[in-house]
Design a protein around this ligand. Structure first.
Ligand code: CP
Length: 293
C-alpha cells in the first residue's frame, strides 16, 4: 500500500525522528540517486514560493523526475473536476503527487483514489505537514535535542486560519514542548492551550517565537482596521526581543513590519532563511520515507 503524508499524524514519532536524522544528512545539498526512476508531480491550486520549489529541488536532488502542472493553464479551467484531474495525472504513473488546495481535506480524499503517494503541501486552514516537520527540524537542530520538554514555544498571530499552526502544534506537543498562543481574540483557535493577548507578559519564558502571517485570503469579515493596526500589537520587534536567548521563526511569506520588523528579520536570532534551507532537506527525507523501495 502507498504511504501518504496528508496529516502530521500519518507519521509515528519514530518515523519523524528518522526523517529528522535523514534531513540532517541531506543538508549537504549533494545530489543522490535514491529515487532514480521515480516520478513526482506537483499540483498547486494555491500560490507558493517555498513549498513548491523546495519539493521540486528535493525530488531532483534525490534523482527523481519532476513535473509541475501549471494549474492556470490546465484543463481545470475547462471545467474538469479535481477528481478527474488527479485521476488523469495518476494514469501517467507518478510515484507521488504533491498537492496544495484551498479546501481542507482535499489531499486525504485524493489519497483514497489515486495509486500514487499523496503529499499534502497545504490544504486550507487544516494542515501543512512538511512545514511542521521543517519547523520541528529547525528547533531540534538549534537546541541539539529531540526532547523539547523544557522548551516554551510562543505561536504569534493569525493562529485560527493557519494550517502551519495546526501542524506545528501537533508535532511540538508530541515532542514535549509547552505552547503559548499569542493572538487577538478573533484569531484564537478552538484549542485548549494557554494564551495571551500580549507577548510581553510571557516573553521571559519563551525559547522560540513562531510568527505567522495574517491569512487575509481566509478573512471573510476582517475585524481589524488594517494590517498596520493589527501589527501595532502583534509585530515582533527588537524592543520585544531585548537581549534574550531565543530564536524567531516564520513559515513565510513574511509581511514585513506587520509580522516581523526589518530589524528582527536581519537579527541573527531570526531563522527564517534557515527554515527555507532546512525545508529542502526535510522534504528530501519525506520523499525518501514515502517512496524508497
Ligand atoms: N511556508 C509556505 O508554505 O510558503 P509558500 O506558500 O511560499 O509555499
Amino acid at each position: 500500500m502507498n504511504k501518504n503524508l496528508t496529516h502530521t499524524k500519518d507519521l509515528s514519532k519514530n518515523n519523524i525522528i528518522n526523517i529528522l536524522k535523514r534531513a540532517e544528512i541531506f543538508l549537504d545539498e549533494k545530489k543522490r540517486d535514491i529515487l532514480n526512476g521515480k516520478l513526482v508531480i506537483n499540483i498547486f491550486f494555491e500560490n507558493s514560493t517555498r513549498t513548491r520549489s523546495s519539493f521540486e529541488i528535493a525530488s531532483k536532488r534525490l534523482g527523481a523526475d519532476v513535473v509541475n502542472l501549471d494549474v492556470s493553464r490546465s484543463s481545470t479551467s475547462k471545467g474538469e473536476t479535481l477528481y478527474d484531474t488527479a485521476m488523469n495525472l495518476d494514469s501517467m504513473g507518478p510515484d507521488a503527487i504533491v498537492v496544495r488546495h484551498k479546501n481542507a481535506g482535499v489531499p486525504k480524499i485524493l489519497s483514497k483514489y489515486v495509486k500514487a503517494s499523496i503529499v499534502n503541501a497545504g490544504d486550507g486552514a487544516h494542515q501543512h505537514p512538511s512545514q511542521g516537520l521543517l519547523d520541528l527540524f529547525t528547533i531540534t537542530k538549534h537546541f541539539n535535542t529531540y526532547d523539547l520538554s523544557n522548551k516554551t514555544i510562543a505561536i504569534v498571530g493569525d493562529i485560527k486560519n493557519s494550517r502551519v499552526a495546526n501542524s506545528d502544534i501537533e508535532l511540538f506537543q508530541r515532542f514535549g514542548a509547552k505552547i503559548i498562543l499569542v493572538t487577538p481574540p478573533h484569531f484564537l483557535p478552538n484549542k485548549k492551550l494557554p494564551y495571551t493577548f500580549d507577548i510581553k507578559e510571557i516573553i521571559d519564558e519563551v525559547d522560540v517565537i513562531i510568527s505567522l502571517r495574517t491569512q487575509t485570503e481566509r478573512h471573510t469579515n476582517p475585524t481589524y482596521a488594517s494590517l498596520a493596526d493589527y501589527g501595532h500589537n502583534f509585530k515582533i520587534t527588537k524592543e520585544i526581543l531585548g537581549n534574550r536567548d531565543l530564536i524567531v521563526m516564520h513559515p513565510g511569506p513574511v509581511h514585513r513590519n506587520i509580522d516581523l520588523s526589518d530589524e528582527v528579520m536581519s537579527d541573527e536570532r531570526c531563522k527564517v532563511l534557515e527554515q527555507v534551507k532546512n525545508g529542502v532537506a526535510v522534504r528530501m527525507a519525506i520523499l525518501e520515507h514515502l517512496l524508497k523501495d
